[in-house]
Design a protein around this ligand. Structure first.
Ligand SMILES: Cc1cc2nc3c(=O)[nH]c(=O)nc-3n(C[C@H](O)[C@H](O)[C@H](O)COP(=O)(O)OP(=O)(O)OC[C@H]3O[C@@H](n4cnc5c(N)ncnc54)[C@H](O)[C@@H]3O)c2cc1C
Length: 374
């Protein structure tokens, strides 16, 4: 059993594009002409990854489909249902993109009022874009922020761990690439304190990432080989990325939705007959992993992720991702705490924290901090 889950994890990471584990890949140093190395007060401050600073541990289930997210319309009785679910490890990143593509489908109809099922990041973005077109929108959801999976996300703007490279077709890849581009542009309009979105220096340590959605979505790329500066790794790929703080961001989207006259109904849907009975003619399905049961989508599986959140450290102004044996370590410095990940367990539905995993995560991050000389 243990062997199988290790194998599944390794396969997931491989399919998610994270393959170059380890150090010493021998990349040349390619810092851009305008790159200014850190020095003096600007050096990397260490994360204090110790048990005493852990304020909470959380588990979330990423809604993953090997052939990618579902973005299509379907007729159920006299309703048109537009699906927008299954975003894997990058639902926050892709949210505005797939919401825009789903709303474009809705605009083919003459409907003026819409039901949105789900109040995670996908439901809220879809609802806001419908409101911006002047429509009346009701969100129906079993749980609201802060209880959604979207609240557990890191959330780095990086569209990875969304599909299995061997299972996708060109139609999906066109949707994926379009969603990345739309989302990248739209998120920039949300940068600032109110929405909890900011730019940060992101480092992929010991490995190079591809540029999902297109190289132009990744500004300020620099490649470094300098063990003393880059956390003990002899290769680091640096780029600028947006960091989204889900607790702040989702609250702000909820406020906007209500401010623009949205209705919110707390309700669980058990089958498609419940959906057919809704008063709205068009239903946007943004139920994430809930679509496994509600729409009998058995390709949709959970990829379990566990995080340890440390007390905030306002002096940390960088983020990193490191592949380690069969897993990942990543650190995102948020206002509500330092987010330490992570785990990726396909097919595991348990939302109970696992102390052994937390120990492993803390140990791994402490080792990276020690390489900074502390
Ligand atoms: C540990 C972890 C780290 C992550 N890090 C990142 C990251 O750094 N960047 C990134 O972009 N993404 C990240 N993600 C992925 C991201 O969290 C998900 O892709 C995203 O939250 C999916 O959003 P959603 O709105 O589809 O689902 P959810 O947030 O789960 O929302 C689903 C909504 O549908 C409702 N619903 C479901 N079923 C029913 C039903 N039957 N009846 C009524 N309502 C129903 C729920 O109540 C909820 O309101 C991470 C995820 C995890 C677990």
């Amino acid at each position: 059993m243990k062997d199988r889950s290790t194998h599944a994890r390794r396969e997931f990471l491989k399919l998610a594009g994270i393959t170059a584990a380890g150090t010493g890949l021998g990349f040349p140093s390619r810092a851009s002409e305008n790159f200014i190395p850190r020095s003096g007060d600007d050096v990397f401050k260490p994360v204090r990854a110790i048990h005493e600073r852990v304020i909470r541990t959380v588990v979330g289930l990423r809604p993953f489909r090997p052939s990618g997210f579902v973005l299509r319309a379907e007729k159920i009785n006299d309703k048109l249902v537009i699906h927008n679910y299954g975003h894997g490890g990058a639902g926050v990143t892709l949210s505005w993109g797939t919401a825009k593509l789903a709303v474009d489908m809705a605009l083919q109809t003459t409907a003026k009022s819409y039901a949105v099922l789900g109040c995670g990041v996908i439901g809220l973005s879809t609802a806001r874009l419908l409101q911006k077109k002047g429509f009346k929108v009701t969100i129906y959801a079993k749980v609201l922020p802060p209880e959604t999976t979207s609240n557990i996300a890191g959330a780095l703007w990086f569209p990875t761990s969304v599909y299995d490279k061997t299972k996708v077709n060109s139609k999906f890849m066109d949707q994926f690439n379009a969603a990345c581009k739309i989302s990248y542009r739209m998120f920039q309009d949300y940068v600032g304190e109110y929405y909890g979105v900011r730019w940060i220096d992101q480092y992929f340590l010991g490995h190079a990432e591809e540029y999902p959605g297109g190289k132009e979505l990744y500004p300020n790329v620099n490649e470094h080989q300098n063990p003393s500066e880059y956390f003990g790794f002899d290769y680091a790929q640096q780029l600028s990325a947006m960091l989204i703080e889900p607790p702040v961001y989702l609250n702000a989207l909820m406020r906007d939705f209500l401010l623009f006259g949205g209705n919110l109904v707390i309700r669980e849907f058990n089958n498609t007959s419940d959906i057919a009975a809704l008063p709205e003619p068009v239903v946007m399905n943004c139920t994430g992993l809930g679509s496994n049961k509600l729409f009998s989508d058995k390709e949709l599986i959970p990829v379990r992720g566990q995080l340890a959140i440390l007390l905030p450290q306002p002096e940390i102004d960088y983020a990193y991702v490191v592949p380690v044996k069969d897993n990942l370590l990543y650190m995102f410095p948020r206002k509500d705490g330092i987010v330490l990940g992570g785990t990726s367990e396909p097919g595991n539905w348990s939302v109970e924290p696992d102390q052994q995993e937390i120990d492993r995560i803390l140990k791994g991050h402490a080792k990276i901090s020690r390489s900074l000389g502390v």
